[in-house]
Ligand binder design. Structure first.
Ligand code: GLP
Length: 240
């Protein structure tokens, strides 16, 4: 696992976007694994700039998002579907038929999860996966637990995650469940880029990078991936 520390979050976002740009350019049908939350927003802005400058096209790109809340209408302002449209997809030339975001309202979540993972496989697997990290070390919505999960599945959100994300749900109650790609689905990605900024992430980053590989800190599994990089600002890296 490689770790790179940046003085400015703008430089970090540009660096992350350049990694994505290379993958998009090197592959005739790139498959991107995408994330939501505050961490990737600036990176998406850089990718939009690159698209506007004619440096990249999303015409042949397929995307798979990590996760989505359950029991929230797809077009709710807090859904990850809305987030992706508003922060990336509405501003680039992606074919929306090639956009995949877990359906948090699927009736049979076990069956749906299996189909989602099959779809990733049939697309040739994820070339590059973008990740944020929760303050408790979660990736996607894979919360600390007793074992690493495999495929896409439904999870009950922990109190820590409910607390961290409830800031977005100002006029409605935050869902308590979500669908998430599993640790197995994430680890299958050929390349992984994790972004973490701010002091609140310092402990999670420390456990992920320096702690033992344990499902208590799901992100620690990334130590065993052969092409994973953590892009950090100095506050998130302050305990390393
Ligand atoms: C959320 C998402 C994760 C995200 C993480 C950090 O709960 N499910 O995919 O990486 O928490 O979010 P943020 O970047 O807003 O700190």
């Amino acid at each position: 696992m490689e770790v790179k520390i940046f003085d400015s979050t703008a430089d970090l976002a540009l660096y992350a976007a350049r990694i994505f740009q290379n993958v998009i350019k090197e592959n005739s049908a790139p498959v991107l694994g995408l994330a939501t939350g505050a961490s990737p927003v600036e990176t998406y802005k850089e990718l939009i700039k690159m698209y506007n400058n004619g440096e990249i096209s999303f015409k042949d790109v397929t995307t798979f998002n990590l996760d989505e809340y359950c029991d929230l209408p797809k077009d709710d302002k807090n859904s990850y579907y809305t987030f992706m449209m508003e922060n990336l997809f509405n501003y680039v030339d992606i074919d929306k038929n090639n956009v995949n975001i877990p359906d948090g309202n699927a009736a049979d979540t076990d069956k749906y999860g299996e189909e989602y993972d099959k779809k990733i496989m049939n697309a040739g697997g994820i070339d590059i996966q973008l990740l944020g990290i929760g303050v408790n070390g979660h990736i996607g919505f894979n919360e600390p637990s007793e074992s690493f999960s495999e495929g896409t599945h439904k999870v009950k959100l922990t109190d820590s995650t409910l607390k961290a994300n409830s800031r977005y749900f100002t006029d409605s109650e935050m869902p308590h469940y979500a669908l998430t790609m599993g640790i197995g689905s994430i680890m299958n990605a050929k390349k992984i880029v994790l972004i973490a900024t701010g002091e609140a992430k310092a402990q999670a980053v420390y456990s992920a990078v320096k702690g033992e590989v344990s499902p208590n800190c799901p992100a620690s599994i990334l130590q065993t991936h052969n092409d994973a990089i953590f892009l950090l600002d100095s506050a998130a890296a302050s305990m390393l």
